[in-house]
Design a protein around this ligand. Structure first.
Ligand code: BMP
Length: 216
């Protein structure tokens, strides 16, 4: 079964906790990024984990030299079960994050971005995305991010990374075609959905809709 990761990009801490609690029966994981952390504090990641009981991934899209990536990852992984980093900075910047993850006693995921879902990704990122996917495979990262907005690219990247789980944003607000995406994704993969759930009138109901859809 393809899993559902909620992108909790709300900037009101109280509302974030509320939504997290309401949708928790219907989701498999939560992705917390700059909008929520910068409007509250890093510890919110731990609170979201406590409230949902689900895996929480820090989406900080690390894009720096190894030593700075290392510092940010060390802080984020105190609370998060995983962290998202960019690959275009090169192998050493990703390896630095993997090194931090390995030092934690428990399993922490390092997830690498390949191609992004927005139009601007065509400009610079897409031309190198296959190479990034090959690097992700070589480094044996724990997941890659690839776009639901371009199913043919999602398929190519999935074929390159093989058994590495794919986490795919672009369903809902960005207009990705869920049926096509579900034809490509497999058991250990995730769709990432944000606004379509947290901006809906009834987030729990919307999350439940995805919950059933992924099980059909
Ligand atoms: P939404 O469903 O509201 O479009 O949210 C998608 C989430 O996935 C956002 O947190 C966004 O930052 C993230 N994301 C994305 O949309 N495209 C990418 O290529 C990579 C992302 O992390």
């Amino acid at each position: 079964m393809v899993k559902l990761m909620l992108a909790l990009d709300v900037t009101d801490e109280k509302r974030a906790i509320e939504i997290a609690r309401e949708v928790s029966p219907y989701i498999d994981a939560v992705k917390v990024g700059y909008p929520l952390v910068l409007s509250s504090r890093l510890g919110i990641v731990g609170e979201i984990k406590d409230v949902t009981g689900k895996e929480v991934i820090c989406d900080f899209k690390l894009a720096d030299i190894p030593s700075t990536n290392e510092k940010i990852a060390s802080l984020a992984l105190r609370y998060g079960d995983g962290i998202i980093c960019h690959g275009f900075l090169g192998e050493d910047s990703v390896r630095a994050v993997q090194e931090v993850a390995r030092r934690y006693g428990e399993y922490k995921k390092v997830i690498m971005v390949t191609e992004m879902s927005h139009r601007g990704a065509l400009q610079f990122l897409q031309p190198v995305a296959d190479k990034l996917a090959k690097m992700a495979k070589r480094l044996k990262v724990d997941g890659v991010v690839a776009p639901s907005t371009r199913p043919e690219r999602l398929k190519t990247i999935k074929d390159i990374v093989g058994d590495i789980p794919v986490m795919s944003p672009g369903i809902g607000a960005q207009g990705g075609d869920l049926n096509r995406v579900l034809d490509i994704l497999e058991e250990e993969d995730y769709i990432i959905v944000g606004r379509d759930i947290y901006e809906s009138e009834n987030p729990a109901k919307r999350a439940k809709y995805y919950y059933h859809l992924l099980r059909d």
